[in-house]
Design a protein around this ligand. Structure first.
Ligand code: BGC
Length: 746
């Protein structure tokens, strides 16, 4: 007797046509209902619920029901706050459930390879640990409410240029260590109900029809048990995609691709069991959604969610610079507010993630409310990106009459969207003119930035005493900015991406976007701070940087290594006069590593809140897997033996304490062949001693005793050397030795 899972039995009585039908959408946002399997709804995502009311499109054009617009990922990433992201996930789940949405299409965790990516506002970080840990928290929170996540865009969707066709050409190590790593963490930790494939190709194969990616890696290696859904319109060849493990095609193809599946089965080109597998995964997802929806469909508390959005936004703001403690300003300080963005906020990016907010705060009104004062305001520039002479004069006039000028600058909405990349990382010229005018009128100027991707600050960073990175902060961002500027909230955000001095310094500068359908990831594993550090390139603000209105001191660190990883301990003291939160960052390096490595890679972090004067022993746990590199010769993660350097930092470039600890590595034996070098033969546990013994003979003994000769010969393939005159062994003997060695270490 064979046992059947509920979902198998759910599809057991279905016709081939019905099963094929289950594997594509009914329309833009729902799956088809068949007997025993109801329809469910999937909607964007990621930082709010975008349930469309009328009309159908997937790029945010049709109106959607109001929902809380939480801070987009660019902001949340800077919070480094796992508990907070989990709470945001819970709130998203409550809203989705109350709208009857079964799967929320997010989070997006593609790595910010270049500051130019048009969709960086939707992604968390340039670092896979930050992306993976924070996305896990979002997924955990969301799914705790009986709503599925859709981890996207799997994989290597790091640019928008030609996104539907381009091939991301990535070597194995960066692919595993940087671009897949975050996905792996979330899948292994949280089992998102769905994973969304990306539009692009990966090393020449569409991710939607890539069996290596969707089956070998995602399912066989990582143990993913959920459903793979296509990005909207990502399927090029439906039958190939189904065979490769793409279960659900969205949106509907109006029956076209269902018929292709049926025809392929009937023609014998596709096994019906493949259709069964995909259909039963859809049925399983539907069963989870139905069970989740049953939990409760109570309306959510919009006020409470707005307050959470404000808290999250405030925790995400990064205080980049604060000379002479210009911030926080006190309610009694005479200030002027300048910049249209203070009145008309940019709070999210454009495209499929566009949320229709339940309400929208702006900084101007919030600051006026908080201070109880009619603070002077000048727009400075228009939304059209132009600053008239009159606007410049007005800006200078209000700035000079105030003690402190609060100047809001940012990237215009039309420059940051899904679907295309940015052309540069400059602030608009007109805004920079306003900045010059305001600075000339009042050097006590605070710049507050609104931007989804980083902007170049090096043109003015030395002239402006205080800079606040406000990203895109969601619907409650205005209040959050007010809270930070006036010290109601002590800023605690940290940069989840480096702010370079120039675009030209950035890792992917030379090949971002690619050409002729291929984007070659030439910088390899050196993405983000790994690149700037390895090349010792000056940056405006490093990864992990962020100031507070208080100060933190670190004790000496200690590291205890165990079989599963390491624990780094450090005592952190709030040495200032205000309560505040610090992000303790642990980086690891392995001087003398046998492979190319980042000088320092983030392996753990903890956000700690401390009252003024308080201390806390902070423990950061590091998984052994995060010490590993991807060993291409054996196709596996390998921890090298060695003296690892654990550094505790306030940023990737502000290391406060370092400690080394010996880690016992994994035994890795590279299979030998006639092309193995003498050096590799010698390193082999079986072949090594035998080779050394035969080389020590009379004819070749000199080779071992002369270091430079030995160095020269070390790289010689054994098979070729064996046929040289005077060698103590011939090719056949070497072949036998290789076979024996490989057999003992198979
Ligand atoms: C985006 C996805 C989104 C989907 C549905 C696509 O264009 O890339 O992120 O979830 O549309 O709107």
């Amino acid at each position: 007797m064979t046992s059947t899972t509920p979902s198998e039995s759910a599809i057991g009585g279905l016709t081939l046509e019905q099963k094929a039908g289950l594997t594509s959408g009914a329309d833009f946002w729902t799956t088809k209902a068949v007997p025993g399997v109801p329809s469910i709804m999937l909607t964007d995502g990621p930082h709010g619920v975008r349930k469309q009311r009328a009309g159908s499109d997937h790029l945010g054009i049709a109106d959607s029901v109001p929902a809380t617009c939480f801070p987009p990922a660019v902001a949340l990433g800077s919070s480094f706050d796992v508990a907070l992201l989990e709470r945001v996930g819970v709130a998203l789940g409550e809203e989705a459930r109350s709208e009857g949405v079964g799967v929320l299409l997010g989070p997006g965790i593609n790595i910010k390879r270049s500051p130019l990516c048009g969709r960086n506002f939707e992604y968390l970080s340039e670092d896979p640990l930050v992306s993976g840990v924070l996305a896990s928290a979002l997924v955990r929170g969301l799914q705790s409410q009986g709503v599925g996540a859709s981890l996207k865009h799997f994989a290597a969707n790091n640019q928008e240029t030609d996104r539907m066709r381009v091939s991301a050409d990535i070597d194995e190590r960066p692919l595993r260590e940087i671009y897949l790593r975050g996905f792996q963490r979330v899948v292994e930790n949280e089992q998102p109900w769905t994973v969304m494939c990306s539009y692009n190709k990966l090393n020449g194969v569409f991710t939607s029809q890539n069996p290596w990616l969707l089956n070998t890696v995602l399912r066989d290696e990582w143990g993913f048990t959920g459903l793979v859904v296509s990005d909207w319109g990502a399927v090029s060849d439906r039958v190939a995609a189904l065979a490769a493990g793409l279960d659900l095609e969205m949106p509907s193809s109006n029956g076209k691709t269902d018929a292709q599946i049926v025809a392929a089965v009937q023609a014998g080109g596709l096994a019906e069991s493949v259709v069964d597998t995909a259909a039963s995964r859809v049925a399983q997802l539907v069963a989870k959604v139905v069970a989740g929806a049953g939990a409760s469909d109570a309306p959510y508390d919009a006020e409470a969610h707005h307050a959470l959005a404000r808290e999250a936004a405030a925790a995400s703001i990064v205080l980049l610079k604060n000379e002479s403690d210009l911030l926080p300003v006190s309610v009694d300080t005479s200030v002027a507010i300048i910049g249209e963005l203070a009145r008309t906020p940019r709070y999210q990016g454009a495209g499929s993630s566009l949320i229709n907010p339940t309400r929208l705060d702006n900084a101007l009104a919030e600051i006026r409310g908080l201070t109880g004062r009619e603070i002077p305001f000048a727009a400075g520039y228009g939304n059209d990106g132009v600053a008239s002479e009159a606007q410049l004069q007005e800006a200078a006039a209000v700035a000079s009459a105030a003690d402190v000028a609060l100047l809001f600058l940012g990237v215009p909405a039309e420059q940051e969207s899904e679907g295309f990349d940015r052309e540069d990382i400059e602030l608009p010229a007109a805004q920079l003119q306003v900045l010059d005018a305001v600075l000339a009128a009042n050097p006590r100027t605070v710049v507050i930035l609104s931007n989804g991707g980083v902007v170049r600050l090096s043109g003015f960073v030395d002239r402006v005493p205080a800079i606040v990175e406000g990203w895109l902060l969601g619907q409650a961002g205005g209040g959050a900015v007010a809270d930070v500027l006036y010290g109601v909230t002590n800023p605690s955000g940290r940069l989840a991406e480096t702010i370079p001095v120039r675009l030209q310094d950035s890792p992917a500068f030379l090949d971002f976007g690619g050409e002729h359908g291929h984007a070659r990831y030439g910088e390899g594993i050196f993405v983000g701070y790994r690149w700037y550090d390895a090349r010792d390139i000056a940056v405006s603000f490093p990864f992990g940087h962020g100031l507070s209105y208080t100060t933190f001191a670190y004790s000496q660190a200690s590291a205890a290594v165990d079989a599963d990883g390491a624990t780094v301990r450090v005592r952190v003291t709030n040495t200032g006069s205000r309560a505040g939160a610090d992000v303790v960052q642990v980086y690891v390096g392995l001087p003398g590593s046998q492979v190319s490595r980042a000088q320092r890679a983030l392996v753990g972090f903890a956000k700690v809140a401390l009252a003024a004067g308080d201390s806390q022993d902070v423990e950061v746990r590091i998984d052994r897997e995060d010490l590993a590199y991807w060993e291409t010769r054996v196709g596996n993660w390998i921890v090298e033996s060695g003296e690892y350097e654990f550094s505790v930092g306030a940023s990737s470039r502000d290391i406060r304490a370092s400690v080394t600890a010996q880690v016992e590595g994994d035994a890795v034996v590279i299979p030998l062949s006639l092309e193995s070098s003498i050096g590799e033969m010698i390193a082999h546990p079986v072949a090594g001693p035998i080779i050394m013994q035969s080389l020590a003979g009379e004819e070749t003994g000199g080779l071992l005793s002369d270091p430079s000769m030995f160095k020269m010969m070390e790289s010689f393939p054994i098979g070729r050397l064996a046929s040289f005159p005077g060698m103590p062994v011939d090719e056949q003997q070497v072949a036998q030795l290789i076979a024996m060695s490989n057999a003992q270490h198979g």
